[in-house]
Design a protein around this ligand. Structure first.
Ligand code: AMP
Ligand code: MG
Length: 343
């Protein structure tokens, strides 16, 4: 396995590997992706194998130009109202953290879409992702570059720790700016639905195409319209418990002493941490972290997975985390925290 900074040369090398059916981890603005040629079933099979990803969980297909939609989707099947909405979304929100589920082009092998007749397609804004796709001369199917179910990788080092040795190349370009996966939007039905909340807030979509519904969580693979919506997902190794602002302020630190647990408290903002401090006498908490000192939701989202990775590597026995305000990107942050938590 090679671990290389992004340069013209390493990008060319990456593209050659993709063309030959190999696997390349690369940065995107959401999280690091594990890329393979979207038209090569053997390469796609390796993606599932390396991640330990169940075959019922379809991959997102990445393109580097809106016109590449024609090769990956079959827009002739899409109803005309939704086709208009597709282009409204593509004109305004692409490139960016939005994956759109469309009828799939026949050339996309079934293994990419878990046998579904639809494919989730995304045009990422990260320059490296765009260059890698263009140089490869194909579309790149890429799930997050982590073992299935675990924390998503927002740095090249996270990919190395999780999958190193199993893949051909990791392209390193520092931390992901958004740090949360893309929003997945299903345009194949009359009732347009967010299947997974993510880096594009619901409000941004609704401004363009009107109200959309949000898929409720599902327990298992049966009847899932978005299999990544498994109830338990994005999990740190350390048990995670989530609370709202009022609840976390009153979390006693003493419990950690009695049981000799090493607890990490993860606050959404600095003001909640300060309110919590006032309720505590001696502080026994092992680790105190804050997603954003000022309560900036974008900063909080981009720090989420990185801080959870850090806590996971610090011999902590329990994480107590505060939920974000439930609006804008807060919906996606809370989705990840709740799915990663112990029920
Ligand atoms: P990941 O790339 O690991 O962030 O996961 C991609 C997620 O996108 C999947 O787990 C699904 O939830 C969703 N997805 C991908 N393709 C489709 C599709 N054709 N229909 C519905 N959801 C999809
Ligand atoms: Mg994933």
């Amino acid at each position: 396995m090679n671990f290389l900074p992004v340069t013209d040369e390493s990008l060319k090398k990456g593209a050659e590997i993709i063309k030959k059916g190999g696997l390349v981890a690369f940065p995107t603005e959401t999280v690091y992706g594990l890329g393979a040629d979207a038209f090569n079933p053997q390469a796609l099979a390796r993606v599932f194998e390396v991640k330990g990803r169940p075959h019922f969980d379809p991959l997102i297909i990445h393109i580097a130009a809106v016109r590449a939609l024609e090769e990956t989707a079959d827009l002739s099947i899409l109803d005309s109202k939704n086709r208009k909405k597709l282009f409204m979304l593509a004109d305004n929100l692409w490139p960016g953290p939005l994956s759109i589920v469309l009828p799939k082009n026949k050339k996309i092998p079934g293994i990419a879409t878990a046998g579904l007749e639809t494919a989730a397609i995304r045009f990422p804004s990260h320059e490296t992702a765009q260059k890698l796709i263009s140089l490869s001369g194909t579309a790149i199917a890429a799930p997050s570059a982590n073992p299935f179910g675990s924390l998503s990788p927002t740095k090249a080092e996270h990919v190395r720790d999780g999958l190193g040795g199993k893949i051909d190349l990791i392209l390193d370009s520092g931390p992901s700016q958004i740090g949360l996966e893309s929003t997945v939007l299903d345009l194949t039905c009359e009732n347009i639905k967010i299947l997974r909340s993510g880096g594009t807030p619901r409000e941004d979509i609704e401004k363009l195409i009107g109200a959309v519904s949000v898929e409720k969580e599902s327990e298992d693979e049966h009847g899932l319209s978005s299999p990544g919506q498994l109830k338990k997902h994005y999990s740190p190794k350390t048990p995670l418990f989530v609370f709202n602002r009022e609840e976390i302020i009153n979390q006693p630190a003493e419990a950690s002493c009695a049981t000799r647990e090493r607890i990490a408290l993860l606050f959404f903002d600095g003001s909640t941490r300060e309110a919590w401090r006032k309720t505590q006498k001696p502080l026994k908490i092992a680790v105190i972290k804050v997603l954003s000192e000022t309560g900036d939701i974008k900063e909080a989202a981009s720090n989420l997975f990185e801080i959870l990775h850090e806590i996971d590597n610090s011999n902590i026995s329990k994480i107590i985390a505060q939920l974000a305000p439930q609006s804008g990107l807060g919906e996606a942050v809370n989705d990840r925290l709740i799915r990663g938590s112990v029920k």
